[in-house]
Design a protein. Structure first.
Length: 83
């Protein structure tokens, strides 16, 4: 398993705050983004674009599974493995 740095975690949370337009993702990194209505299919595309632009990590939409990317913590883990 790839190491998760504080820098990566903070960068991902900042991106999530921007895309989801909610600080809740920082306050509760286990919040279920889709279930809570913070992220939808359009937001998912925006999120993937931001990951590539700001982190240099490309995530093809075909690799995005809602169950595996459901919370901020899960997203951080997924990105750490790809970085």
């Amino acid at each position: 398993m790839a190491a998760i740095t504080n820098e990566l975690r903070n960068d991902v949370l900042d991106i999530l705050v921007d895309v989801c337009e909610s600080e809740d993702v920082k306050d509760n990194p286990d919040i279920r983004l889709f279930d809570e209505g913070l992220l939808d299919s359009f937001g998912t595309i925006s999120l993937l674009v931001e990951f590539e632009k700001r982190l240099g990590v490309e995530v093809p939409i075909s690799d995005f599974n809602r169950d595996e990317w459901a919370t901020p913590n899960m997203i951080v883990r997924q990105l750490a493995e790809r970085k």
